[in-house]
Design a binder for this molecule. Structure first.
Ligand SMILES: [Mg+2]
Length: 324
């Protein structure tokens, strides 16, 4: 595409669609945006690329894709305890389909405006459908929720419910179904996969409590594994305590628990809290967060199964079975 068509695509469909922030000195339309970071804060930055046929179904609705493309970045900001501020967008499109761009822009801007995050730059090119979004947020350096600060004895919590998106993906791939699920349950699960809710409000409140945090994009077992590796500790989690939605409570517990433990795309938060603050934390957050385990000095991830037996997770989706 020529420079002119690049400019007009961004100009027509994206300029002015997101809230105008005071800290944007110069937004879309020049070679660079000029942005003002508040004193005493640092900028948290993260980029995600979504590729058609790899990260989303090629026939997904444009508005839904607009939502999800930004939601995954917002979720990373939530996991750092950073307040969303700005984002940039690069779209590669097979052709300049106006209806598609309109829908995509709507999904994107609706979510952006809910979080007061402003689009400050973009680029469009021609090619297989690919979306890259880089998000920027503010946090005080000493308050950022890093993966490497969990301590032995800390309690492990997750927000919301787990496994919904993973169940939805298996449904969409026709690899799994359960007779107990109603049409409403199916719609709920698909919504969780396609339109995840990033936990930014919670992420900011967790600055006052959490020693470490991560968002669950790849699956609890592997994302918690990142906290354990970076912090240099191990953990035991209890499969029976993994929070399940009303829909997943209808299916066999063993199946639901495996979705909750291993499947990704939920975009909930997993974080650690010093045990001494359990009561104080739960008095405020018991409704939206669940205690699932404990950080331990002994390395490795130990899972207490539904039958009470303990298994050691070795990573790469495999277990080492042993009787405790
Ligand atoms: Mg992440």
């Amino acid at each position: 595409m020529s420079t002119q068509s690049e400019f007009s695509l961004i100009d027509s469909y994206f300029t002015g669609t997101t809230s105008e922030r005071d800290d944007v000195i110069l937004g879309i339309g020049d070679d660079c945006a000029l942005l003002q970071c508040p004193a005493d804060h640092v900028v948290a930055v993260s980029i995600d690329t979504l590729v058609s046929g790899v990260h989303f179904f090629a026939d997904v609705d444009a508005e839904t894709l607009g939502h999800k493309s930004l939601a995954v970045g917002l979720s990373d900001l939530a996991a750092m305890g950073a307040k969303p501020a700005w984002f940039t967008l690069a779209i590669t499109l097979p052709d300049s389909n106006e209806a598609w761009l309109q829908g995509f822009s709507q999904g994107l801007s609706k979510l952006a405006n809910r979080h007061n995050i402003q689009l400050v730059g973009g680029d469009t090119t021609k090619g297989p459908l690919t979306i890259s979004i880089q998000v920027h947020g503010f946090v005080k350096a000493e308050q950022a929720l890093c993966r490497n600060q969990a301590q032995a004895g800390d309690l492990i919590y997750v927000s919301g419910s787990l496994g919904d998106a993973g169940a939805a993906l298996q449904l969409k791939l026709d690899q799994w179904h359960d007779e107990q699920l109603t049409e409403q349950d199916l719609q709920y699960l698909i919504q969780r996969l396609e339109k995840p809710t990033p936990r930014n409000g919670l992420g900011i409140k967790l600055r006052d409590y959490a020693t470490s945090a991560i968002d669950i994009s790849d699956g609890l077992s592997s994302d918690l594994g990142h906290i354990l590796n970076k912090s240099g500790f191990g953990a035991t989690i209890n499969l029976a305590e993994l929070p399940l939605s009303a829909a997943l409570k209808k299916i066999p517990h063993e199946t639901a628990a495996q979705f909750a433990l291993n499947s990704g795309d939920d975009y909930e938060l997993c974080f650690t809290i010093p045990a001494a603050r359990q009561q104080e934390f739960e008095s405020q957050f018991a409704n939206e967060c669940s205690l699932i385990g404990t950080i331990e000095a002994k390395h490795g991830l130990r899972i207490i199964q539904l039958d009470g037996q303990q298994q050691i997770m070795t990573g790469a989706g495999g277990y080492d079975h042993f009787s405790a």
